[in-house]
Write a protein that binds this ligand. Sequence first.
Ligand code: AQP
Length: 351
Amino acid sequence: KPLVFSGVQPTGNLHLGNYLGAIKKFVALQEQSDCIYCVVDLHSLTAQLVHQDLGDQTRSITAAFLASGIDPKKHIVFNQSRVMQHAELAWIFNCVARIGWMYRMTQFKDKAGKDRENASLGLLAYPSLMAADILLYRATHVPVGEDQKQHLELTRDIAQKFNNDFSEKIAALGVGVEMQVGEETVNGYFPITEPVIGGPAARIMSLRDGSKKMSKSDPSDLSRINLTDDADTISKKIRKAKTDPEPLPSELDGLESRPEAENLVGIYAGLAEISKADVLKEYGGQQFSVFKPALADLAVEKLAPIASEMRRIEGDRAYVDAVLKDGGERARAIAEGTMKTVRDIIGLLQD
Ligand code: AQP
């Protein structure tokens, strides 16, 4: 059975990109897989150390998971810092990974900006912690938005290097498993994880600028639809979304070099669970004055029930805390099992 892991940072309001690119996939994967979904609070310290309300932000992301339909009894929902093995394995991966690998990460380059020397060491090492999050549970599949693709490739590189560096010890302890990686059969302790990226909404762009991804940290609230926006706000943001004056094309190639139009079509397709081509079959030739209100109605129809359920769950703080505590205990049991083996592989003495 596939084992799915993914995480979301407790850094501000969740938006439509987080929902369509990640959380909606988390929900869909529950049917055929065992899933572990994590609010990655330690990651949120990498870009900003001091937060006003980290605890409440963590609860709010948890409420969004539950309101979207994640079942915390069948699967595991917890916050990362509760399971200290994440930090322990991340340290080991810091010693497996090479600094050059980290400097190549586009997220580091974007977030560190020009003043690289002043970025936190944590921001540079972020992908090591992400690899630890995933490999601690020996997850086979990781649903994420397109922007995380490079970090997942690095996770595969870290797993592969660990498996190679310790191949003799892994064989001696008999803890390796055979895996198919592309054409090759390889043996190792850590799986070579498959990213689950794709579909029409893998990269949702800003509503104000089709060349930038929709992001929590964009200063303009008009650039994104927050999961908690009310119906009027959603309609207003879609009405004001940047577009060009042409009607929608009837064929996919007509969206080339029209990033804003393509983005709105992708959002519609993601919400309606159809392809972009199918959206164009219905709306090809129509003006945005027709398409935008239809998109706004669809977004309200899909998001309003989640927002109201989120508010209800957020109001029951004891329940949210109990979910995270229970999830933390179950996650810790798996994580400690992995770490016992990892310590043996490396040769660290333990009880
Ligand atoms: N625009 C997006 N389109 C599709 N997927 C997206 N994701 C984020 N933005 C988009 C996916 O959402 C998941 C959780 O993201 P995160 O909170 O862990 O980190 P992030 O990518 O840093 O989120 P933001 O909103 O873009 O925050 P800032 O502004 O801090 O950069 C991930 O699976 C991510 O791919």
